[in-house]
Design a protein around this ligand. Structure first.
Ligand code: FCX
Length: 437
């Protein structure tokens, strides 16, 4: 079977050619306007970066190389004994634009399991963190320290040609993905289950299978399947979201993939981004506590208004780009519908009931451009149901996942020779003059 390296080697020249042609023929072609609202509004809607692996349509949601989530669920290989697509198959699609065979993803799983153990110094570093240090801080620090073994950095110091950057970048990206489960699981065990022996990686398991095993939930097949789906779904959400964009920006300075992704994780740690799933659970549990047995539409509505009137956002609702219910949310809902234990779970039922009421309330409130749920509206609540109740940890799982897309982009940015990112900023005075000109 063809390896991921050989597959990439084959697909890169055509993309390089495509870019070269665009550059030669259309460098000066205008494809949009810049409005003042873009400059003062966080660059929303401004088409200003190249990102090939996925495109987010405001109404339809994400497509990975043209494939919708249901398409991916149909064609991407599952793990042996499972039904959900795996992290490996999503990574393969994102990186190469091709659907892998089961054999190809199994080879990738074997490679990840073979090189996924942490270096001793890193275990010691992570073990030295106080349990009170937020798990996302620990993850970002651990990922940064993994650059001790960066092949890209070593090769750059030796002196390599620009055309060779991508191969070393790819090696770092694959090693980082392989090591993320052991790092992320070690953080979980240290913070929440101190003193428990962490098992070794199982050479026969896929990346997520091993992650769940190391977390200590390996005998829960349902949770393993949920996390396979979760991690594949969260893998990429085009380029402009804060974590993916951060990895791209930092990577454009030729910082190695470990440093670039470490920075991305710190962006993911913000409550308007990846931390939202922890916020959702906290908010839903507070609602559950306040409403007790009176979980009616009217009471939920009242609770929503209370949240909004206190000046808070409704976590899990709204989106910078999406204008419809997030298809990732729908896919996770469908996962729950197919499993009686989840369907009947009080927290999942509360999520569903909230979904029945919240869009109406948010529309009436009239501020958010998108009154519908994003993926975070349910993702953490399912983990809670399965007994993974430590919600400060949830963004770490998102962080394991987002590596798939952000690291894919690092490889492609090098393969396409994309330059240092450096947008132009303007002062208020300059902007004032521009609008009069
Ligand atoms: N509840 C209440 N108000 C909301 C809201 C919500 N869920 N979503 C947006 N608004 C408000 C904004 O705060 C803003 O108010 P302002 O004018 O007083 O500042 C106004 O509506 C317009 O915002 P809008 O353009 O619709 O949304 P943005 O692109 O600025 O922000 C996020 C998008 C996602 C940050 C916003 O909808 C939000 O805060 N949602 C809640 C947090 C959340 O779920 N984040 C996860 C997002 C995502 F899935 C991820 O990155 O992981």
């Amino acid at each position: 079977t063809k390896s991921i390296r050989d597959t990439l080697k084959e697909v890169i020249p055509a993309k390089q050619e495509q870019l070269k042609k665009l550059k030669a023929e259309h460098s000066q072609t205008v494809v949009g306007d810049i409005k003042v609202e873009n400059i003062i509004g966080g660059m929303r809607g401004l088409k200003s970066m190249l990102w090939d692996a996925s495109v987010l349509d405001p109404n339809e949601g994400i497509r990975f190389h043209g494939l919708s989530i249901p398409d991916c669920q149909k064609v991407l290989p599952a793990a042996p004994g499972g039904k959900e697509m795996t992290a490996e198959s999503m990574l393969w699609l994102l990186l190469t634009g091709q659907v892998p065979t089961s054999e190809q993803t199994r080879e990738l799983s074997a490679e990840f399991a073979a090189k996924g153990e942490l270096p001793k110094f890193l275990e010691d570093l992570v073990d030295s963190f106080p349990a009170s240090l937020h798990p996302m801080t620990q993850l970002s620090m651990g990922v940064a320290a993994l650059n001790h073994d960066s092949q890209f950095q070593a090769a750059y110091e030796r002196g390599i040609k620009k055309s060779e950057y991508w191969t070393y970048t790819l090696e770092d990206c694959l090693t980082l993905i392989a090591r993320l489960p052991a790092l992320a699981a070690r953080i979980y065990r240290n913070v929440y289950k101190p003193g428990v022996q962490i098992p070794a990686l199982d050479k026969n398991l896929d990346l997520v299978g091993n992650y769940v095993k190391l977390l200590g939930y390996g005998d829960n097949h349902s949770l393993t399947e949920y996390l396979r789906l979760y991690i594949a779904l969260h893998g990429d959400h085009e380029g402009g979201n804060a974590s993916a964009h951060t990895a791209h920006l930092v990577g454009s300075t030729l910082s190695d993939p470990y440093l670039s992704y470490s920075a991305a994780l710190l962006a993911l740690a913000g409550p308007l981004h990846g931390l939202a799933n922890q916020e959702v659970l906290r908010w839903q549990l507070a609602m559950q506590k306040e409403l007790g047995n009176n979980i009616t539409h009217d009471n939920i509505k009242e609770y929503l208004w209370k949240t909004l009137k206190s000046g808070q956002v409704v976590p899990g609702y709204g989106h910078g780009v999406l204008r419809n219910p997030d298809p990732r949310f729908i896919a996770l809902q469908e996962f729950c519908q197919g499993r009686p234990e989840l369907k009947d779970s009080p927290i999942i039922q509360l999520v569903n009931k909230t979904f029945e009421v919240a869009p109406g309330v948010l529309k009436e409130h009239g501020k958010t451009k998108n009154p519908y749920p994003n993926v975070d509206a349910t993702s953490g609540c399912v983990l809670y149901h399965y007994g993974l109740t430590e919600f400060k940890y949830y963004t770490v799982i998102f962080g394991v996942s987002r590596a798939l897309g952000a690291l894919t982009q690092l490889v492609w940015a090098k393969a396409l020779g994309l330059p240092l990112e450096r947008p132009k900023s303007v002062s208020l005075d300059v902007l004032g003059k521009l609008v009069k000109a």
